[in-house]
Ligand binder design. Structure first.
Ligand SMILES: [Zn+2]
Length: 234
């Protein structure tokens, strides 16, 4: 491990924390506004193994918020461009990519080697698939969602928290307005959740949801009461 690279953060997380980050395996599902920010931050701080899952290609409408892409990347697969940027940023990090849409059929194959899954999706249909998978597989999900200047972040783990479906029963998949600085703020909270989980630093947002108003600005922590959805509690 190249210690000089991390010399400003090792006082915060320790050599052992840094080693835990290097050994951690994190899957980022969705490489859009949230996913580009989260993957950039996790690569910077030395998360050792990162999987990027996204089927989409870069479009000009992505460039107001998706930090890994430039105009020259328009039309290229997002995961391929992102992998190159992240490897340029930190060659110590192992980046795997999958250019597919996550579904009930492929999810186990794609995510089985990853312990922490980061929900950087923009639709609830795929989130339901992800929620069911992490629940049954006993993995940890760092959920994030953005709508305009607002957003939310929480961490889901079977046996500890309620499931994501209970938390956000909504299923609307409408395209929402989205702007870079608000997305980056929500993504940053997600990255901190991954850091806390991977390096064993502090209590994650279990049974709590961080509700972000980026204009006020405020981050309100709301305690979550379990509902009875059939998935949880268990
Ligand atoms: Zn539930």
């Amino acid at each position: 491990m190249e210690k000089t690279r991390y010399s400003r953060q090792i006082p915060l997380i320790g050599v052992e924390g840094q080693r835990k980050l290097r050994n951690s395996r994190v899957a980022i599902v969705g490489v859009g506004g949230l996913g580009t920010n989260v993957s950039q931050t996790l690569a910077m701080i030395g998360v050792g193994n990162i999987l990027l899952v996204d089927h989409d290609r870069v479009s000009i409408t992505d460039l107001n918020r998706q930090v890994l892409f430039t105009e020259k990347d328009i039309g290229k697969p997002k995961v391929i461009v992102a992998k190159k940027r992240l490897e340029d940023l930190n060659p110590e990090v192992n980046i795997e990519v999958v250019q597919e849409k996550l579904s009930g059929e492929n999810i186990n194959d794609l995510l089985k080697h990853y312990d922490i899954i980061v929900d950087c999706l923009d639709n609830w249909e795929t989130r339901r698939v992800l929620d069911l998978y992490i629940w049954n597989a006993g993995k940890t999900l760092v959920h994030g969602a953005v709508n305009g200047f607002y957003g939310q972040v929480t961490t889901i783990r079977r046996g500890v928290t309620t499931c994501l479906s209970c938390l956000s029963p909504g299923t609307k998949n409408d395209e929402v307005p989205s702007i870079g600085p608000a997305v980056t703020l929500v993504a940053s909270l997600q990255s901190l959740e991954v850091l806390k989980l991977a390096a064993d630093l502090a209590e994650p947002l279990f049974n709590r949801i961080a509700v972000v108003d980026s204009l006020e600005p405020s981050i309100t922590i709301v305690n979550i009461k379990p509902l009875n959805c059939g998935l949880c509690p268990s």
